[in-house]
Design a protein around this ligand. Sequence first.
Ligand SMILES: Cc1cc2nc3c(=O)[nH]c(=O)nc-3n(C[C@H](O)[C@H](O)[C@H](O)COP(=O)(O)OP(=O)(O)OC[C@H]3O[C@@H](n4cnc5c(N)ncnc54)[C@H](O)[C@@H]3O)c2cc1C
Length: 324
Amino acid sequence: MGVLIPREYGGAGLDALAFAICIEELAQACASTAVIVDVHTSVGTEPILLFGDEAQKKHWLPRLASGELLGAFALTEPASGSDAASLQATARRSGAGYVLNGTKVFITNIGRAGLYVVFARTGPDEKAAGVSAFLVPGDVPGVRVGQVFSKMGLNGSPTGELVLEDVVVPAANRLGAEGAGFRIAMRALDSGRIGISGQALGIAQAAVDEARQLMLDRGHEQGDDFALADMATHVESARLLAYQAAWLCSRGLPFTRQASMAKLHSTDTAMQVALDALQIAGDSGTVSGSPFERHVRDAKALQIYEGSNQVQRVVIARELLKVG
Ligand SMILES: Cc1cc2nc3c(=O)[nH]c(=O)nc-3n(C[C@H](O)[C@H](O)[C@H](O)COP(=O)(O)OP(=O)(O)OC[C@H]3O[C@@H](n4cnc5c(N)ncnc54)[C@H](O)[C@@H]3O)c2cc1C
Protein backbone atom coordinates (compact mmCIF):
# COMPACT_ATOMS: atom_id res chain seq x y z
CA MET A 1 0.00 0.00 0.00
CA GLY A 2 3.02 2.29 0.20
CA VAL A 3 4.69 1.63 -3.15
CA LEU A 4 5.28 5.34 -3.87
CA ILE A 5 5.79 6.45 -0.26
CA PRO A 6 9.45 7.07 0.73
CA ARG A 7 11.00 4.67 3.24
CA GLU A 8 11.34 7.42 5.86
CA TYR A 9 7.52 7.48 6.05
CA GLY A 10 7.17 3.71 6.09
CA GLY A 11 6.72 3.08 2.38
CA ALA A 12 8.61 1.03 -0.18
CA GLY A 13 10.17 4.11 -1.79
CA LEU A 14 9.65 2.84 -5.33
CA ASP A 15 8.95 4.85 -8.47
CA ALA A 16 6.07 5.30 -10.92
CA LEU A 17 7.32 2.46 -13.15
CA ALA A 18 7.32 0.02 -10.23
CA PHE A 19 3.86 1.28 -9.31
CA ALA A 20 2.51 0.69 -12.84
CA ILE A 21 3.92 -2.84 -12.81
CA CYS A 22 2.40 -3.56 -9.36
CA ILE A 23 -1.05 -2.45 -10.54
CA GLU A 24 -0.67 -4.43 -13.78
CA GLU A 25 0.17 -7.60 -11.84
CA LEU A 26 -2.80 -7.10 -9.48
CA ALA A 27 -5.17 -6.42 -12.38
CA GLN A 28 -4.15 -9.61 -14.16
CA ALA A 29 -5.71 -11.47 -11.26
CA CYS A 30 -8.39 -8.99 -10.14
CA ALA A 31 -9.21 -5.62 -11.70
CA SER A 32 -11.21 -4.59 -8.60
CA THR A 33 -8.28 -5.14 -6.23
CA ALA A 34 -6.11 -3.24 -8.68
CA VAL A 35 -8.32 -0.12 -8.67
CA ILE A 36 -8.67 -0.19 -4.88
CA VAL A 37 -4.87 -0.15 -4.51
CA ASP A 38 -4.39 2.20 -7.45
CA VAL A 39 -6.73 4.91 -6.15
CA HIS A 40 -5.31 4.55 -2.64
CA THR A 41 -1.72 4.83 -3.87
CA SER A 42 -1.96 7.47 -6.56
CA VAL A 43 -4.77 10.01 -6.26
CA GLY A 44 -5.53 9.08 -2.62
CA THR A 45 -1.97 9.39 -1.29
CA GLU A 46 0.29 11.05 -3.85
CA PRO A 47 -1.21 14.55 -3.33
CA ILE A 48 0.11 14.43 0.25
CA LEU A 49 3.53 13.37 -1.01
CA LEU A 50 3.62 16.12 -3.60
CA PHE A 51 1.82 18.97 -1.88
CA GLY A 52 1.70 18.14 1.85
CA ASP A 53 3.76 19.95 4.47
CA GLU A 54 6.09 17.98 6.73
CA ALA A 55 3.51 17.69 9.54
CA GLN A 56 0.90 16.30 7.13
CA LYS A 57 3.39 13.81 5.70
CA LYS A 58 4.46 12.61 9.16
CA HIS A 59 0.88 12.31 10.33
CA TRP A 60 -0.76 10.57 7.36
CA LEU A 61 1.83 8.77 5.22
CA PRO A 62 2.93 6.01 7.65
CA ARG A 63 -0.69 5.00 8.24
CA LEU A 64 -1.45 5.04 4.51
CA ALA A 65 1.74 3.08 3.75
CA SER A 66 0.90 0.35 6.26
CA GLY A 67 -2.67 0.01 5.00
CA GLU A 68 -4.08 1.07 8.36
CA LEU A 69 -5.82 3.82 6.38
CA LEU A 70 -7.20 3.36 2.89
CA GLY A 71 -7.03 6.52 0.76
CA ALA A 72 -9.68 7.92 -1.59
CA PHE A 73 -10.09 10.88 -3.95
CA ALA A 74 -13.30 12.90 -3.99
CA LEU A 75 -13.54 15.27 -6.95
CA THR A 76 -16.59 14.23 -9.03
CA GLU A 77 -20.05 15.61 -8.20
CA PRO A 78 -23.51 14.97 -9.66
CA ALA A 79 -23.22 18.01 -11.95
CA SER A 80 -19.45 18.08 -12.35
CA GLY A 81 -17.54 15.23 -14.02
CA SER A 82 -15.24 16.09 -16.92
CA ASP A 83 -15.68 19.79 -16.15
CA ALA A 84 -14.22 19.39 -12.66
CA ALA A 85 -13.62 23.12 -12.21
CA SER A 86 -17.38 23.66 -11.95
CA LEU A 87 -17.66 21.66 -8.70
CA GLN A 88 -20.08 23.00 -6.11
CA ALA A 89 -19.01 21.55 -2.74
CA THR A 90 -18.06 24.34 -0.36
CA ALA A 91 -15.45 24.87 2.33
CA ARG A 92 -16.32 27.90 4.44
CA ARG A 93 -13.72 29.36 6.78
CA SER A 94 -14.85 29.10 10.40
CA GLY A 95 -12.60 29.93 13.34
CA ALA A 96 -9.36 27.98 13.01
CA GLY A 97 -10.70 25.70 10.33
CA TYR A 98 -13.24 25.07 7.60
CA VAL A 99 -16.77 23.73 7.38
CA LEU A 100 -17.34 21.48 4.35
CA ASN A 101 -20.67 20.79 2.65
CA GLY A 102 -21.55 18.98 -0.56
CA THR A 103 -22.04 15.63 -2.25
CA LYS A 104 -19.37 13.74 -4.16
CA VAL A 105 -20.33 10.84 -6.43
CA PHE A 106 -18.65 7.77 -7.90
CA ILE A 107 -16.02 7.71 -5.19
CA THR A 108 -13.84 4.60 -5.28
CA ASN A 109 -13.17 3.06 -1.83
CA ILE A 110 -16.33 4.70 -0.49
CA GLY A 111 -17.10 3.69 3.06
CA ARG A 112 -13.80 1.81 3.38
CA ALA A 113 -11.51 4.81 3.14
CA GLY A 114 -10.00 6.24 6.30
CA LEU A 115 -8.95 9.38 4.46
CA TYR A 116 -10.57 11.26 1.58
CA VAL A 117 -8.77 13.92 -0.45
CA VAL A 118 -11.75 16.24 -0.96
CA PHE A 119 -11.99 19.17 -3.38
CA ALA A 120 -14.26 22.04 -2.39
CA ARG A 121 -14.83 25.65 -3.27
CA THR A 122 -13.29 28.26 -0.98
CA GLY A 123 -13.89 31.10 -3.47
CA PRO A 124 -17.52 30.95 -4.59
CA ASP A 125 -17.23 33.31 -7.57
CA GLU A 126 -14.34 31.67 -9.37
CA LYS A 127 -13.94 28.43 -11.31
CA ALA A 128 -10.62 26.56 -11.01
CA ALA A 129 -9.01 29.30 -8.92
CA GLY A 130 -11.68 28.93 -6.22
CA VAL A 131 -11.01 25.25 -5.51
CA SER A 132 -9.02 24.02 -2.50
CA ALA A 133 -8.02 20.52 -1.37
CA PHE A 134 -8.71 19.05 2.08
CA LEU A 135 -7.75 15.90 3.94
CA VAL A 136 -11.00 14.60 5.42
CA PRO A 137 -10.90 11.56 7.73
CA GLY A 138 -13.68 9.07 7.07
CA ASP A 139 -14.80 9.01 10.70
CA VAL A 140 -15.38 12.69 11.52
CA PRO A 141 -18.92 13.92 12.28
CA GLY A 142 -20.89 14.91 9.17
CA VAL A 143 -19.10 12.49 6.81
CA ARG A 144 -21.67 10.02 5.52
CA VAL A 145 -21.84 7.36 2.83
CA GLY A 146 -24.83 7.95 0.52
CA GLN A 147 -25.83 5.56 -2.25
CA VAL A 148 -23.38 2.78 -3.06
CA PHE A 149 -23.72 1.99 -6.75
CA SER A 150 -24.30 -1.43 -8.24
CA LYS A 151 -22.04 -1.38 -11.29
CA MET A 152 -21.65 -3.49 -14.46
CA GLY A 153 -18.10 -4.43 -13.47
CA LEU A 154 -15.33 -3.91 -10.91
CA ASN A 155 -17.78 -5.27 -8.37
CA GLY A 156 -15.17 -5.96 -5.72
CA SER A 157 -14.45 -2.24 -5.57
CA PRO A 158 -17.06 -0.13 -3.75
CA THR A 159 -18.12 3.06 -5.58
CA GLY A 160 -20.59 5.55 -4.21
CA GLU A 161 -21.60 8.89 -2.80
CA LEU A 162 -19.68 10.78 -0.15
CA VAL A 163 -22.00 13.19 1.64
CA LEU A 164 -20.45 16.06 3.60
CA GLU A 165 -22.77 17.80 6.07
CA ASP A 166 -21.18 20.59 8.12
CA VAL A 167 -17.92 18.66 8.35
CA VAL A 168 -15.42 20.61 10.45
CA VAL A 169 -11.74 20.20 9.58
CA PRO A 170 -8.83 22.19 11.02
CA ALA A 171 -6.82 24.47 8.73
CA ALA A 172 -3.96 21.97 9.15
CA ASN A 173 -6.01 19.61 6.94
CA ARG A 174 -5.93 21.94 3.96
CA LEU A 175 -3.54 20.58 1.35
CA GLY A 176 -1.50 23.33 -0.30
CA ALA A 177 -2.62 26.94 -0.47
CA GLU A 178 -6.20 28.13 -0.68
CA GLY A 179 -7.09 28.08 -4.38
CA ALA A 180 -4.42 25.48 -5.27
CA GLY A 181 -6.90 22.58 -5.22
CA PHE A 182 -7.58 22.35 -8.93
CA ARG A 183 -3.87 22.23 -9.76
CA ILE A 184 -3.43 19.52 -7.10
CA ALA A 185 -6.27 17.50 -8.60
CA MET A 186 -4.93 17.79 -12.15
CA ARG A 187 -1.41 16.81 -11.08
CA ALA A 188 -2.75 13.84 -9.12
CA LEU A 189 -4.72 12.70 -12.16
CA ASP A 190 -1.69 13.07 -14.46
CA SER A 191 0.24 10.38 -12.61
CA GLY A 192 -2.97 8.56 -11.66
CA ARG A 193 -3.35 7.80 -15.36
CA ILE A 194 -0.16 5.77 -15.22
CA GLY A 195 -1.78 3.51 -12.62
CA ILE A 196 -4.97 3.19 -14.67
CA SER A 197 -2.80 2.24 -17.66
CA GLY A 198 -1.29 -0.51 -15.50
CA GLN A 199 -4.78 -1.70 -14.58
CA ALA A 200 -5.76 -1.76 -18.27
CA LEU A 201 -2.63 -3.74 -19.17
CA GLY A 202 -3.41 -6.30 -16.49
CA ILE A 203 -6.97 -6.85 -17.74
CA ALA A 204 -5.78 -7.04 -21.35
CA GLN A 205 -2.94 -9.45 -20.57
CA ALA A 206 -5.28 -11.70 -18.61
CA ALA A 207 -7.67 -11.79 -21.59
CA VAL A 208 -4.81 -12.68 -23.97
CA ASP A 209 -3.52 -15.40 -21.63
CA GLU A 210 -6.95 -16.94 -21.13
CA ALA A 211 -7.72 -16.90 -24.87
CA ARG A 212 -4.35 -18.54 -25.58
CA GLN A 213 -4.94 -21.27 -23.00
CA LEU A 214 -8.42 -21.94 -24.35
CA MET A 215 -7.00 -22.25 -27.88
CA LEU A 216 -4.35 -24.69 -26.69
CA ASP A 217 -6.97 -26.75 -24.85
CA ARG A 218 -9.69 -26.94 -27.51
CA GLY A 219 -7.78 -26.39 -30.76
CA HIS A 220 -7.78 -23.32 -33.01
CA GLU A 221 -8.31 -22.08 -36.56
CA GLN A 222 -6.09 -19.57 -38.34
CA GLY A 223 -8.75 -16.92 -37.71
CA ASP A 224 -8.21 -17.37 -33.96
CA ASP A 225 -4.44 -17.33 -34.44
CA PHE A 226 -4.55 -13.97 -36.24
CA ALA A 227 -6.86 -12.51 -33.60
CA LEU A 228 -4.52 -13.66 -30.84
CA ALA A 229 -1.51 -12.21 -32.65
CA ASP A 230 -3.23 -8.83 -33.02
CA MET A 231 -4.38 -8.83 -29.38
CA ALA A 232 -0.90 -9.59 -28.05
CA THR A 233 0.65 -6.95 -30.34
CA HIS A 234 -1.78 -4.27 -29.15
CA VAL A 235 -1.09 -5.13 -25.50
CA GLU A 236 2.66 -4.99 -26.03
CA SER A 237 2.47 -1.56 -27.72
CA ALA A 238 0.21 -0.24 -24.96
CA ARG A 239 2.64 -1.57 -22.35
CA LEU A 240 5.59 0.26 -23.91
CA LEU A 241 3.62 3.52 -24.01
CA ALA A 242 2.62 3.15 -20.35
CA TYR A 243 6.13 2.27 -19.23
CA GLN A 244 7.51 5.24 -21.14
CA ALA A 245 5.10 7.60 -19.34
CA ALA A 246 6.00 5.99 -16.00
CA TRP A 247 9.72 6.23 -16.76
CA LEU A 248 9.44 9.96 -17.60
CA CYS A 249 7.40 10.58 -14.42
CA SER A 250 9.92 8.63 -12.32
CA ARG A 251 12.71 10.85 -13.59
CA GLY A 252 10.90 14.11 -12.96
CA LEU A 253 10.56 14.85 -16.69
CA PRO A 254 7.37 16.20 -18.32
CA PHE A 255 4.97 13.30 -18.79
CA THR A 256 1.43 14.76 -19.13
CA ARG A 257 1.07 14.00 -22.85
CA GLN A 258 2.56 10.52 -22.56
CA ALA A 259 0.39 9.63 -19.53
CA SER A 260 -2.75 10.71 -21.41
CA MET A 261 -1.66 8.78 -24.51
CA ALA A 262 -0.94 5.72 -22.35
CA LYS A 263 -4.30 5.94 -20.58
CA LEU A 264 -6.20 6.43 -23.87
CA HIS A 265 -4.41 3.65 -25.73
CA SER A 266 -4.17 1.09 -22.93
CA THR A 267 -7.81 1.39 -21.83
CA ASP A 268 -9.11 1.26 -25.42
CA THR A 269 -6.83 -1.76 -25.91
CA ALA A 270 -8.16 -3.46 -22.77
CA MET A 271 -11.76 -2.97 -23.95
CA GLN A 272 -11.09 -4.27 -27.47
CA VAL A 273 -8.89 -7.17 -26.37
CA ALA A 274 -11.46 -8.24 -23.78
CA LEU A 275 -14.13 -8.30 -26.53
CA ASP A 276 -11.83 -10.17 -28.93
CA ALA A 277 -10.99 -12.78 -26.28
CA LEU A 278 -14.70 -13.32 -25.60
CA GLN A 279 -15.25 -13.76 -29.35
CA ILE A 280 -12.56 -16.46 -29.44
CA ALA A 281 -14.14 -18.16 -26.42
CA GLY A 282 -17.57 -18.22 -28.07
CA ASP A 283 -20.75 -19.13 -26.19
CA SER A 284 -19.01 -20.23 -22.99
CA GLY A 285 -17.42 -16.78 -22.71
CA THR A 286 -20.83 -15.16 -22.32
CA VAL A 287 -21.83 -17.18 -19.26
CA SER A 288 -21.86 -15.26 -15.98
CA GLY A 289 -18.79 -16.12 -14.00
CA SER A 290 -16.64 -16.71 -17.08
CA PRO A 291 -13.43 -14.64 -16.93
CA PHE A 292 -14.09 -13.55 -20.52
CA GLU A 293 -17.36 -11.75 -19.74
CA ARG A 294 -15.87 -10.35 -16.52
CA HIS A 295 -12.99 -8.72 -18.40
CA VAL A 296 -15.46 -7.03 -20.77
CA ARG A 297 -17.49 -5.68 -17.85
CA ASP A 298 -14.42 -4.61 -15.89
CA ALA A 299 -12.67 -2.89 -18.80
CA LYS A 300 -15.47 -0.43 -19.64
CA ALA A 301 -15.13 1.91 -16.65
CA LEU A 302 -11.44 2.43 -17.41
CA GLN A 303 -12.38 4.34 -20.58
CA ILE A 304 -14.43 6.70 -18.39
CA TYR A 305 -12.67 7.35 -15.07
CA GLU A 306 -9.62 9.49 -14.27
CA GLY A 307 -10.58 11.58 -17.29
CA SER A 308 -12.70 9.99 -20.01
CA ASN A 309 -10.87 9.01 -23.20
CA GLN A 310 -12.38 12.03 -24.94
CA VAL A 311 -10.83 14.21 -22.24
CA GLN A 312 -7.47 12.46 -22.81
CA ARG A 313 -7.70 13.55 -26.45
CA VAL A 314 -8.37 17.12 -25.28
CA VAL A 315 -5.22 16.95 -23.11
CA ILE A 316 -3.07 15.37 -25.84
CA ALA A 317 -4.18 17.92 -28.45
CA ARG A 318 -3.59 20.80 -26.03
CA GLU A 319 -0.06 19.54 -25.35
CA LEU A 320 0.65 19.05 -29.07
CA LEU A 321 -0.62 22.51 -29.98
CA LYS A 322 1.37 24.36 -27.31
CA VAL A 323 3.47 27.04 -28.93
CA GLY A 324 7.07 27.59 -27.78
C1 LIG B 1 -16.18 3.00 -11.52
C2 LIG B 1 -15.91 4.47 -11.38
C3 LIG B 1 -15.08 4.90 -10.35
C4 LIG B 1 -14.84 6.27 -10.18
N1 LIG B 1 -14.05 6.69 -9.14
C5 LIG B 1 -13.91 8.02 -8.91
C6 LIG B 1 -13.20 8.48 -7.74
O1 LIG B 1 -12.65 7.70 -6.97
N2 LIG B 1 -13.15 9.82 -7.50
C7 LIG B 1 -13.74 10.73 -8.33
O2 LIG B 1 -13.66 11.93 -8.05
N3 LIG B 1 -14.42 10.33 -9.46
C8 LIG B 1 -14.52 9.00 -9.74
N4 LIG B 1 -15.22 8.56 -10.85
C9 LIG B 1 -15.86 9.55 -11.72
C10 LIG B 1 -15.12 9.76 -13.03
O3 LIG B 1 -13.90 10.38 -12.83
C11 LIG B 1 -16.05 10.50 -13.99
O4 LIG B 1 -17.01 9.56 -14.42
C12 LIG B 1 -15.32 11.11 -15.19
O5 LIG B 1 -14.57 12.22 -14.78
C13 LIG B 1 -16.26 11.55 -16.29
O6 LIG B 1 -17.26 12.35 -15.78
P1 LIG B 1 -18.80 12.01 -16.06
O7 LIG B 1 -18.97 10.55 -15.95
O8 LIG B 1 -19.63 12.89 -15.21
O9 LIG B 1 -19.01 12.36 -17.58
P2 LIG B 1 -19.41 13.75 -18.24
O10 LIG B 1 -18.40 14.77 -17.90
O11 LIG B 1 -20.84 14.02 -17.94
O12 LIG B 1 -19.24 13.37 -19.76
C14 LIG B 1 -20.19 12.57 -20.47
C15 LIG B 1 -19.59 12.22 -21.83
O13 LIG B 1 -19.24 13.43 -22.53
C16 LIG B 1 -17.86 13.42 -22.87
N5 LIG B 1 -17.26 14.76 -22.70
C17 LIG B 1 -17.34 15.56 -21.63
N6 LIG B 1 -16.63 16.69 -21.81
C18 LIG B 1 -16.08 16.61 -23.04
C19 LIG B 1 -15.23 17.46 -23.82
N7 LIG B 1 -14.79 18.63 -23.35
N8 LIG B 1 -14.87 17.03 -25.05
C20 LIG B 1 -15.30 15.85 -25.54
N9 LIG B 1 -16.11 15.00 -24.85
C21 LIG B 1 -16.49 15.37 -23.62
C22 LIG B 1 -17.21 12.44 -21.90
O14 LIG B 1 -16.05 11.89 -22.43
C23 LIG B 1 -18.31 11.41 -21.72
O15 LIG B 1 -18.25 10.49 -22.78
C24 LIG B 1 -15.43 7.19 -11.07
C25 LIG B 1 -16.24 6.74 -12.13
C26 LIG B 1 -16.48 5.39 -12.28
C27 LIG B 1 -17.35 4.94 -13.43
